[in-house]
Design a protein around this ligand. Structure first.
Ligand code: SF4
Length: 499
């Protein structure tokens, strides 16, 4: 068996996880891919396809096992090859694009990433991984007898702003990775050998999962398989415990796994202590004064508001940069006065054009000119309003006014005015709603969460659904977003009843 580049890169994150993928695929693939992961895969494919336009007219190797066809294309000195595949005794790769350099007579490798790298710290970590990615390709191609020239990384330029036709040469960066990879070639080659030996061993690697010392968010999907002694609600679920390595280490070293077994005198933050207190006593913490103070900041008429958006890697409209969110839908429940009649308004844009202008018009029509705009996790909605204002400066004052009136319904939960055992240390609406309003649930909805909503909208506007399917899915999107804002109304009512 050969070691593929994909598995080598998973090994960089965790050897055990890569071993399970190779030797126990039933365990590794036990959980279905999330809508979010599916979206990432689709985005990656879309960006790969677009990158081919950087070197048009190439020949594609469509079969991932067609090593002979690739060898033939190389022998014929085919100028541009998409997805060529190579293998040696130990390794196997599929490159994105290789281009014959007429001056050197060697093939340059262009590795395409659907990433815009984020901040400098993230960029450094990613660059180290990309160095290994390109080194793996370089070493494998060389061992397969191909003359390799330069190594380039082609990722998305975060500073690119679309203006008219997509400028593909501006959209993709062209970063020279040759020297930095060659400097590390020997060390990476040695590590590839170690990875090969580790991943090809028949016997399952023993020892503890290192994620025992990380918070729940860091765990991979095989955590439960490798750690059957860890209950579903464990010390890993203590709020922000992943950021307090020492505390988690102390608990694990003392053999403590269940959240209810944490000693009473164990030093935790106030928030963490509250989480454990309500879990142990199966009770609630209620700060009525705090809730009252929060409710006093809200002014009628109240608009309970929520956007749905799609993060498009490839900017579709003028003014958009890679991964800017396209707001395509909103729901708003309006309450004019205490005890008044609740009204619902909604908007969704399913044409192929830019939704900005019709979206702003609908906001102007449906959101009251005065009063509070209640959202959950305000930085998301406020950033969308800010971006809409930058792209549509004539509406900036209106959008700024919306932002000035935003109140975050998550705040009283973040401030610990209300702590419930079923919140499990979280303040996301997906935890708060079932605990406070159990009769209202996303369970029976056709669309249950935001990533599915995004992907569904994308399928509609891309024309990937039949007319009937698109109609049914548009209705599903409307009902999903409506529930998001209705959930806020109900949570608001619960808070009011509590005081
Ligand atoms: S839970 Fe962590 S250490 Fe265990 S297999 Fe997954 S990634 Fe590796």
């Amino acid at each position: 068996m050969n070691l593929s580049k994909t598995n080598y890169l998973i090994y960089q994150d965790c050897g055990k996880n890569a071993w399970l993928k190779i030797h126990k695929p039933d365990v590794y693939f036990e959980n279905e891919l999330s809508a979010f992961d599916e979206g990432l895969i689709e985005t990656g494919n879309e960006v790969d396809d677009l990158a081919r336009d950087l070197y048009p007219g190439g020949v594609s190797v469509d079969n991932r096992k067609d090593f002979d066809y690739t060898a033939k294309l190389i022998k014929e000195k085919t100028p541009v090859i998409y997805q060529p595949v190579f293998q040696t005794d130990k390794y196997q790769i599929a490159c994105d694009i290789i281009v014959l350099n007429e001056k050197t007579g060697k093939y340059d490798i262009h590795e395409v990433k659907a990433s815009n790298s984020g901040d400098d710290k993230k960029k450094k970590t990613k660059n180290e991984l990309y160095e290994k990615d390109l080194a793996f390709q370089y070493i494998t191609m060389k061992e397969a007898g191909v003359d390799v020239g330069n190594l380039y990384l082609r990722r998305l330029n975060p500073d690119y702003v679309r203006n008219g036709e997509l400028d593909i040469n501006e959209f993709f960066t062209k970063e020279y990775f040759t020297e930095r990879v060659l400097e590390k070639e020997e060390a990476i080659h040695e590590e590839m050998e170690i990875a090969y030996d580790y991943l090809m061993q028949e016997e399952e690697p023993g020892g503890n999962c290192s994620c025992l010392l990380k918070g729940r968010n860091a765990h991979c999907t095989t955590f439960a398989y490798s750690n059957p002694d860890v209950p579903k609600y464990s010390v890993h679920d203590i709020s922000r415990i992943g950021l307090s390595k020492r505390k988690l280490e102390d608990l694990i070293d003392s053999g403590i796994r269940d959240i209810l077994d944490v000693p009473l005198d164990f030093k935790l933050s106030e928030k963490q202590e509250n989480q454990l207190l309500v879990a142990r006593k199966k009770t609630e913490i209620l700060d009525r004064e705090g809730i009252q103070e929060f409710l006093d900041t809200i002014e009628y008429p109240i608009a309970f508001f929520d956007y749905e958006t799609f993060p498009s890697a490839i900017p579709r409209f003028n003014g958009y940069s890679p991964y800017n969110q396209i707001p395509f839908q909103f729901s708003v429940h309006v309450l004019d006065e205490p005890g008044g009649e609740l009204k619902h308004e909604e908007f969704i844009y399913t044409d192929t054009g830019n939704p900005d202008e019709p979206m702003i018009k609908a906001l102007q029509k449906f959101i009251p000119e005065k009063g509070s705009v209640i959202v959950w996790y305000k930085s998301f909605e406020m950033t969308r309003n800010k971006e809409l204002g930058i792209r549509n400066p004539e509406h900036q004052p209106f959008l700024q006014n919306l932002n000035d009136r935003i109140v975050d319904l998550e705040d009283p939960f973040k401030a610990q005015f209300y702590v419930h055992p079923e919140f499990k240390g979280k303040t996301s609406i997906k935890y708060i709603l079932p605990a406070l309003v159990p009769e209202l649930s996303y369970k029976d909805m056709n669309i249950k969460e935001g990533a599915t909503a995004s992907n569904t909208w994308n399928q509609i506007v891309r024309g990937e659904l039949s007319e009937e399917e698109a109609e049914a899915q548009t209705e599903n999107l409307l009902r999903y977003c409506e529930l998001d804002t209705y959930a806020m109304v109900e949570i608001f009512n619960v808070l009011k009843r509590l005081i």
